[in-house]
Design a binder for this molecule. Sequence first.
Ligand SMILES: NC(=O)C1=CN([C@@H]2O[C@H](COP(=O)(O)OP(=O)(O)OC[C@H]3O[C@@H](n4cnc5c(N)ncnc54)[C@H](OP(=O)(O)O)[C@@H]3O)[C@@H](O)[C@H]2O)C=CC1
Ligand SMILES: CC(=O)N[C@@H](CCC(=O)OP(=O)(O)O)C(=O)O
Length: 345
Amino acid sequence: MKIAIIGGTGYGAVELIRFLTNHPYVELTTIVSHSQSGTELSSVYPHLTDVIEMTMEALDVDKLSQSIDLVFFATPSNVSKEYIPAFVENGVKCIDLSGDFRLKSAEDYEQWYQSTLAEQKYVDQAVYGLSELYAEQIKEASIIANPGCYPTATLLGLMPAVKHRLINNHSILIDAKTGTSGAGRGLSLNVHFSEMNENLKAYKIGQHKHIPEIEQVLQTESGENLQVTFTTHLVPMTRGIMSTIYADLNESTQTEEVIHLYKEFYKNDPFVRVREAGVIPSTREVYGSNFCDIGIYADQRTGKLTIISVIDNLVKGASGQAIQNMNLLNGWDETTGINHLPIYP
Ligand SMILES: NC(=O)C1=CN([C@@H]2O[C@H](COP(=O)(O)OP(=O)(O)OC[C@H]3O[C@@H](n4cnc5c(N)ncnc54)[C@H](OP(=O)(O)O)[C@@H]3O)[C@@H](O)[C@H]2O)C=CC1
Ligand SMILES: CC(=O)N[C@@H](CCC(=O)OP(=O)(O)O)C(=O)O
């Protein structure tokens, strides 16, 4: 299968390249760059020297459609919506790492992205690519809207509790933290070394575009019109997301019982690992890998459930999950090409 990546010089793209290079069933034939077409990839990323010698190209949808089967968009929001309809009409499958096709409602998209939604017919046919939850739909998709990094960690952490009606869905509080690579490769004051080093910042409180994304899935899966409180923080590290989730237990439940339900829920999902009682995962334990690790504590004193969910934002939170979705789409083993151990320490 022949593959193209659009957004060639970004972090999402370079992480896709890392995995696709070792994938047995695909050939990466084209890397498109908006800002640096005509440039050798290895001159932007010297760590790829002698491994991938490719010249990045400008985007020509019709020409590219003739030579590839699938395209990954690793571009900022409001880019893929301009091109995906044409690729789909040309019979090319699309996996979009950006948020352009995640929200189904034009009103929500306008409110949270301050822009107009893609043409509704293409949004309607896009499948939300949370691999563990929507594998069956992903297999049939022509457009996969790869989830945001925070929603991936948060929804995987919440889903068994919501599905088993363990918690009051109106009491969900999400306290989430990310490393700086979540902001991409572009420069900004927020991730300037002197601004974030030895610092901890909350940002986009009540404004984050992952709020409607999380709520959309929780509402669909619970059937309740719920809202969540969600606060994001920037931590002085490169990779990793920790989503710490609090909710009221509907009835007194022991930690071990909750863990048992979580393990059952994910028993066929190779990338979700549920820790035993008393063991809480850290971001280092998933670093560079496609794992989502989950720790649980049911507080008998307060009646609250605490869920800790960690991922690598660039892997399970972006490019790794995108390849997991490509594997599902093609009927390959979902771990193909992304079955790496975390890098530790
Ligand atoms: N970083 C992360 O942890 C995660 C990122 N995402 C999403 O994945 C997408 C890519 O993220 P990431 O790689 O980190 O971001 P980067 O900023 O590192 O890269 C995005 C790339 O897109 C290209 N680009 C920028 N502006 C335009 C434009 N106007 N038109 C076309 N191409 C453009 C640029 O590459 P070039 O000029 O070479 O084309 C740029 O390097 C984003 O939508 C992001 O929100 C999702 C989950 C996690
Ligand atoms: C540190 C930092 O800025 N992180 C980004 C992560 C968002 C992201 O990458 O996801 P999308 O695909 O939804 O844009 C943020 O919080 O906006």
